[in-house]
Design a protein around this ligand. Structure first.
Ligand SMILES: Nc1nc2c(ncn2[C@@H]2O[C@H](COP(=O)(O)OP(=O)(O)OP(=O)(O)O)[C@@H](O)[C@H]2O)c(=O)[nH]1
Length: 295
């Protein structure tokens, strides 16, 4: 029996939980079943009660208090604990049938999928072995980043890094489109939807705020650790890297707009089906939960 799921990732505040809720509303309105998993041990408010909530396994608050850890260390601890207790996910998911879309809401700490291989290990567990779920990652980046082009390209790079690290079907999504629509011409928007490295060359910083030695807030300032031209060269190199891979383009999401949610769901469905048709599974692959060297 096939199972289908999407794991919703992206930086803090990108709109992941809101997107999960919008997705669930859309699925319900279209008489599709959904199995909602919250893996953010700090999340407190949900429009829909999760079917599985990591907080029933471990509480971030308790971990921080008892282990004397900060929020990021505490989160990593929670996920290590989850990986040591995967039955918490496996048992309820075993009964989920192919009519369901499994929706997994993740925390926003980028360390989870860039610095330590927690997320790849989790995804491997879901996709292989007894669960055998056909998964697609949905990576959210806030559309408001486009007002700061280096920041937008840094976000795009993290989306690409997640794609390469997870190695599963992947859709990239510019969330909160309602906040930028009307502020940017359609033609210009296209250059962010399919990231165009030329945007960085056109970045003309405000001349009044530059080259002020020691201005810590201004990345272009001459007194900064990396002076203006170094910063621009770095941005261009990052942009070129993204351009060379030609891997990233974005779907547009306004969580209040049913049509945009439906269109994204169609892409997720297609990505999952396409992958299922292309790649035979390797059910006996070992799950690597080794966190490796974290120094
Ligand atoms: N205008 C607008 N705001 C949105 C949209 N989606 C989410 N938001 C707002 O963005 C804020 C963060 O949304 P969340 O859904 O909590 O974001 P998250 O990625 O789950 O956050 P973390 O779990 O903390 O990483 C909330 O105030 C939401 O109401 C959208 O499409 N448009």
């Amino acid at each position: 029996m096939s199972k289908f799921g999407t794991i919703v990732v992206g930086p803090a505040g990108a709109g992941k939980t809101t997107f999960c809720s919008a997705l669930i509303s859309h699925l319900r309105a279209n008489k599709r079943s959904c199995f909602y998993i919250n893996l953010d041990p700090a999340a407190e408010e949900f429009a829909y009660e999760p079917d599985v909530d990591i907080k029933d396994l471990i509480s971030l608050e308790d971990v921080m208090e008892e282990m004397g850890l900060g929020p990021n260390g505490g989160l990593i601890y929670c996920f290590e604990f989850l990986l040591d207790n995967l039955d918490f996910l496996t048992e309820p998911l075993e009964t989920v049938t192919e009519e369901y879309l499994i929706v997994i809401d993740m925390p926003g700490q980028i360390e989870l999928y860039t610095h330590v291989p927690i997320l790849p290990a989790l995804v491997k567990h879901l996709m292989r072995g007894s669960l055998n779920i056909n998964m697609c990652a949905a990576y959210l980046l806030e559309a408001t980043f486009i007002v700061d082009r280096p920041k937008f390209f840094a976000g795009t790079l993290s989306a690409m890094s997640a794609m390469l690290m997870l190695e599963i079907p992947h859709v990239n999504i510019l969330s909160k489109m309602d906040l930028v629509k009307g502020t940017i011409a359609r033609r210009d928007l296209k250059r962010f939807i399919h990231p165009d490295v030329g945007l960085l060359d056109e970045e003309v910083p405000d001349s009044t705020s530059h080259d002020t030695p020691g201005d810590d807030d201004d990345p272009y300032a001459a007194g900064n650790v990396m002076g203006g031209s170094s910063f621009r060269r770095l941005n261009r190199a990052v942009g070129q890297l993204i351009d060379d891979f030609s891997m990233v383009s974005f779907l547009q999401l306004d969580a209040q707009d049913e049509d945009s949610v439906g269109a994204i769901l169609a892409y997720i469905d297609d990505a999952i089906q396409y992958h299922e048709a292309q790649e035979p599974k390797e059910p006996n692959d070992e799950i690597d939960t080794d966190m490796g060297d974290r120094d």
